[in-house]
Design a protein around this ligand. Structure first.
Ligand code: GUN
Length: 297
């Protein structure tokens, strides 16, 4: 009989909220250590336009920074801001020795070239890990700043499976620059065998059935059902999809949680799984950025 069938379902749920809280407590301690060394960690958040979701994300980021003792600076610009003016702001923040992390909230208005903006950020202040120097560094397995969501997913996997992920077969569903691709690179760095599947892949279901770890980051509500999973798989659900069910709006992941639960050995819920980890790792990245800028420490 598989382990999954012997486990209580409640014990299988990876509590991202509680783990994120522990990460934030770790950050609090590290902030104090840095302050004792004369460094006041500081994160600058740049928001352009009035996308309501972006406003909520930025508010949460600033709140969490305050909670852990990281100084935060907020720069809000209206939708019409020119690319040149945004680049100038980034140059200013790059040049400011008191600013350790720079985050430009995405998406940006259409008159602004996103790549150009992300490439302008000093890679040592790039707390999103989106600069090509950091993307390249990660693909070579170097210790660079890495994207917050997939880095948080690695922590969740280690909490569920123990520190050793070596040799496990991980299937990543989705190939976005923000999650899928860096997730694959981080899993490879952990010596997993990694398969990336995406919208053009044939036989996604059969490939997932061979996975010890499934990371779903595809943006398709409840796509992954029990029939995609091997008994005892560990499932990380990065999806956040708003759907209407029985006349009510609700948030669901890319995994059909209720269907998958009996099959798996561990699974993240939505909400309360990956979501809280993203901000927690943004705080961790801000500290890493501060240390990168003070190699003498
Ligand atoms: N918008 C949605 N996700 C992200 C993210 O991880 N970083 C930034 N900067 N913007 C986002």
């Amino acid at each position: 009989m598989s382990l999954a069938l012997l486990q209580q379902d409640d014990d299988k749920i990876i509590d991202g909220k509680a783990i994120a809280q522990r990460v934030l407590e770790e950050v609090k301690v590290d902030v104090i250590t840095l302050q004792q060394q004369g460094i006041e960690p500081c994160l600058a958040v740049v928001l352009v336009g009035d996308d309501p979701a972006s406003h909520v994300y930025v508010r949460n980021k600033v709140e969490k920074a305050r909670f852990v003792g990281i100084r935060s600076l907020e720069f809000r610009f209206d939708e019409q801001l020119s690319e040149e003016d945004l680049l100038q702001k980034i140059d200013e923040l790059n040049a400011d020795p008191d600013v350790h992390g720079i985050l430009v909230q995405l998406p940006l208005p259409k008159q602004i070239n996103e790549t150009k903006v992300l490439e302008r950020i000093n890679p040592k202040k790039d707390v999103d890990g989106f600069h090509s120097e950091n993307v390249g560094g990660l693909s070579q397995g170097r210790d660079v700043l890495t994207p917050c969501t997939p880095t948080g997913c690695i922590r969740l996997l280690k909490e569920a499976l123990g520190d050793e992920l070596t040799g496990l077969h991980a299937v990543v569903i989705g190939r976005s620059n923000i999650v899928g691709k860096p997730m694959a690179a981080l899993l490879l760095k952990e010596s997993c065998t990694v398969t990336v599947v995406h919208s053009k892949t044939k036989n996604i279901q059969q490939i997932c059935q061979q996975a010890d770890i499934v990371v779903a980051a595809v943006g398709r509500p409840k796509m992954v059902t029990a029939s995609y999973l091997q008994a005892d798989a560990v499932v990380i659900d990065v999806g956040i999809n708003r759907i209407v069910e029985d006349g009510k709006a609700r948030l669901v992941g890319d995994v059909d949680f209720d269907d998958a639960l009996p099959m798996v050995s561990a699974i993240t819920p939505v909400p309360g799984g990956v979501g809280p980890m993203t901000i927690a790792y943004l705080m961790k990245n801000t500290l890493q950025a501060a240390r990168l800028q003070h190699p003498d420490l």
